[in-house]
Design a protein around this ligand. Sequence first.
Ligand SMILES: *Cc1c(COP(=O)(O)O)cnc(C)c1O
Length: 221
Amino acid sequence: MTSAEKFIAFKKILPEHVQLVAVSKTKAEDEILEVYQAGQRLFGENKAQELVPKYEALPKDIEWHMIGHLQTNKVKYIAPFVGMIHSVDSLKLMKTINKEAGKNERVIPCLLQFHIAEEETKYGFSLEEAHDILGSEAFRNLKNIKIRGVMGMATFTDNKEKVHREFRHLIQIFDQLKKEYFAEDPKFKEVSMGMSDDYLIAIEEGSSIIRVGSAIFGSRN
Ligand SMILES: *Cc1c(COP(=O)(O)O)cnc(C)c1O
């Protein structure tokens, strides 16, 4: 099957309330365009230096999401156009996004990334860290970034029960933050979880955004 055919088959099984970010990292522009022509408008990349040239080359009605770890010195390159940043994992990064969004007269939607997996290498906040930031004056002063929800990655494992537990944990984090800080904000509603190998579990546990690469585009180059 081509990427476009895989995308169309994928869309058919996707519940309407779940948004699909088609993760096009390492994929060439013509491959992305195939999936675009099949109807997809939301794409995700994990590197600023790959995202910018793709944004420039591809149709302007594509919404681009940054899903990978973002260094503060790269924020300025994507701030003019990025639709959402899923991988916000420090107050320093929030401040930088806020500053660059302001320069572009924009408000950039963001998700707080949480560390829910066992693996040491995955980025993300703990719940305590998030409480410290969301309760702070410094956070309340950031007018050009809006927190829309949370993001997380489960452990890469065949143990489905463990993946269920980790996603359930992210939902609990979302519920707590919603109650404490965003009860009056209807736009704080996103839980970005689920990739090619675990999106079914993620949807079952209440994901609102899945980020799927290889199940659509095939294995990475
Ligand atoms: C690459 C990537 C994905 C997609 O992974 P697949 O297993 O190819 O679906 C999702 N989220 C993040 C943060 C990624 O870096």
